[in-house]
Design a binder for this molecule. Sequence first.
Ligand SMILES: O=C(O)CCC(=O)C(=O)O
Ligand SMILES: [Fe+2]
Length: 213
Amino acid sequence: MLAGFSESLFDSPATAPDADPEIAPLTSGMQRRELAHGAWVDLRPGWLTGATPLFERLAAGVPWRAERVRMYESTLAVPRLTAAYPADARLPDPVLDRLREKLNAHYGPGHGEGFVSAGLCLYRDGRDSVAWHGDRIGRGAYRDTLVAIVSLGAPRVLALRPRGGGTALRFTLGSGDLLVMGGSCQRTWDHAVPKARGAGPRMSIQFRPPGVL
Ligand SMILES: O=C(O)CCC(=O)C(=O)O
Ligand SMILES: [Fe+2]
């Protein structure tokens, strides 16, 4: 009895390091929120369940780099780790290929060329963050676009506010939650992941169409 119990506790597929998360259909549970200026956000809480092994695999296996941004004559460290997978790169885990396929199937051809690249960010603890910005290096600066974010690990707030100021909306993203920014969101709104005292490690996977950074 005891042996059987511990087997099911420690050897169950949900806890094996190579276990894949369960991916729910996007046809249910998606909530769209229309924002001002032609922007919108789709939220699909719990898109993935059992994502801890995926988090662990990516945390250990991805070649994380400290991010730096050029500001005028100097460069500043951005407090988080990142890894970029352009359109033609092999993604670091087959689960990511499946997520991208499912997002493309759901959003379909009406939304431009679809999701191609993946960007990963690791917020090691609550001191890691990203400041207010829009993903508008390239096409997002002048065209409607989509940016899909899958959150893994500890819950963190993704905040959105109209570009140039205004009241911020705060979405707390837990492990397995999906948030998609659409319409004019990248050019008319800014988003940020504020510092959060005491927060545990959190990862985000962002899928973007060609030319959106
Ligand atoms: O970590 C997130 O959820 C957002 C990341 C982000 O906005 C970015 O890397 O452009
Ligand atoms: Fe962003």
